[in-house]
Design a protein around this ligand. Structure first.
Ligand code: BES
Ligand code: ZN
Ligand code: ZN
Length: 466
């Protein structure tokens, strides 16, 4: 999409309020309520889009932008002018992100899928009372974020026979080849020498070798602060010997949603040249059944030195993340650490598919994230924890176990990670619910991967760069 500022005489898309829509209805004797998503095609040159009921909810503007973009595509317009005079400045970011997202086409592997025919770019003129450089920046960011979200969706939707650990690592390298981000891969053999035993306990369950990818973006050479982004990259989670029921395995091709989000966010951070240092630490494994797989009752010495007793091989995410968090702090010297993971079914039961569950050991850091989230308004909810929850992961034979008690599984999974992160300021994102949707919740979503986490991680980095 080519987005330009200007008042060209062309197809007109006008945002209207409820009051205006009443007048329009009266004049045209049509039936148009001006509600969100509803539009009224007045002539071959004019369409009205209602914005009432979009209200103050930030994501509503992403839907509005998406709906307009889809209208332009569906009517095969080559150019259009959108009058956004009614929009408040703080809603522009989501509006343009939605508009750009309408350009995304889901990747499939159908043999008869038409080769991508490059259609002539649609030219969109924007009319409104906004300063050109503000608008320019918003549009640039929207393009970058939409591209990152699209790539993350493609990664997360990819099946594990086509996206196994070493292949994922290769595609990440390729994705960063033209941008100022250093890439490093730590092989299985090196991981073994280092003693990353939790990562390997999971990774060695599969003939597809595990690895650890590290990306380094140095956006602020004057600062010693390094933000670490650790993303769960389980390319397939069968559950291992604690095998999942058949119907649950299908979705586990997306158990690398955290890794996907980190990759997408990192690309956006570097593309927008944010003034901040960020390292991505991405453990890539599969969780399968084999003679070299770990089993319940195993006691494993983690990279940190703490011992972990295995109670359930399906609680594998926290194991690979634990060693990766230790590595991020000890070897990569990150000063703040985030982990993001499709970690628990429990968080889906609690918050569904539109709200990400969050845990943190540091109010100050959490508040920076909370503030940054206002820009795009994606939903999250902070979970509480107390001593009784920490007690739930105590083990009889080792320092801790990889399973909680009967209740609050999303909290105890997070607390397992806190053991390895503290005292470093840390935030944990459980995107098991939000990383994909069974059916769309917002108009810009489709069944399958959502790209959850890309915008949230990007915005946190942006807030830290101020
Ligand atoms: N990858 C799953 C969590 C998950 C569930 C992601 C649903 C996406 C959708 C994770 O590895 C897992 O299996 N967790 C177990 C933990 C349990 C054994 C303590 C779970 O949530 O059931
Ligand atoms: Zn699992
Ligand atoms: Zn998993």
């Amino acid at each position: 999409m080519l987005i330009k500022l200007g008042d060209k005489k062309t197809f007109n898309i006008i945002l209207v309020s409820e009051k205006e829509s009443n007048e329009i209805t009266y004049k045209l004797k049509g039936d148009f309520s001006g509600k969100k998503g509803e539009f009224l095609l007045v002539s071959e040159e004019l369409v009205y889009f209602g914005i009432d009921e979009v209200g103050d909810e930030n994501l509503g503007y992403r839907e509005l932008g998406f709906n307009i973009g889809k209208f332009i595509k569906d009517t095969k317009l080559k150019e259009a002018k959108i009058d956004i005079s009614l929009l408040k400045e703080e809603k522009l970011a989501n509006f343009f992100l939605g508009l750009e997202l309408s350009d995304y086409k889901r990747k499939t592997y159908k043999s008869d899928e038409k080769k991508e025919v490059k259609t002539k770019e649609v030219s969109i003129y924007i009319k409104g009372n906004f300063e050109a450089d503000i608008l320019d920046n918003v549009v640039r960011e929207a393009k970058v974020l939409a591209a990152s979200i699209g790539r993350t969706i493609d990664f997360v939707d990819a099946p594990s026979n086509l996206l196994y650990p070493l292949e994922f690592a290769k595609q990440i390298k390729e994705y960063f080849k033209d941008i100022d981000v250093e890439y490093k891969i730590i092989s299985r053999k090196e991981l073994a020498k280092m003693g990353m035993n939790l990562l390997l306990a999971v990774g060695d369950s599969s003939a597809n070798e595990p690895c650890l990818v590290v990306l380094n973006y140095k956006g602020n050479k004057k600062s010693k602060e390094i933000l670490g982004l650790v993303g769960k990259g389980v390319c397939m989670d069968t559950g291992g010997y604690c095998l999942k029921p058949s119907a649950s395995i299908y979705d586990m091709k997306g158990d690398m949603g955290g890794a996907g989000a980190v990759v997408g966010a990192m690309k956006a951070i570097a593309s927008m040249k944010l003034n901040v240092n960020v390292k991505a630490i991405i453990p890539l494994v599969e969780n399968r059944i084999s003679s070299s797989a770990f089993v319940p009752s195993d006691v494993i010495k983690s990279y940190s030195g703490k011992t972990v007793e295995i109670h359930n091989t399906d609680a594998e995410g926290r194991l690979i993340l634990a060693d990766s968090i230790t590595y991020a702090i000890k070897d990569e010297k990150v000063t703040k650490v985030i982990d993001i993971a499709t970690l628990t079914g429990a968080v889906v039961m609690m918050l569904g598919q539109s709200i990400t569950g969050v845990l943190s050991n540091n109010d100050e850091f959490y508040n920076i994230f909370d503030k940054s989230s206002l820009a795009y308004g994606e939903r999250h909810s902070r979970m509480p924890y107390y001593k009784e929850h920490e007690d739930m992961i105590k083990s009889k034979f080792a320092d801790i176990k990889n399973l909680g008690a009967k209740y609050c599984g999303a909290i105890t999974a997070g607390l397992f990670l806190k053991e390895f992160a503290s005292p470093t300021p840390w935030i944990h994102f459980d995107i098991a619910g939000t990383s994909k949707v069974d059916s769309p919740i917002f108009s810009y979503e489709k069944e399958g991967a959502t790209g959850a986490g890309v915008v949230q991680l990007y915005n946190l980095a942006k807030e830290m760069s101020k």
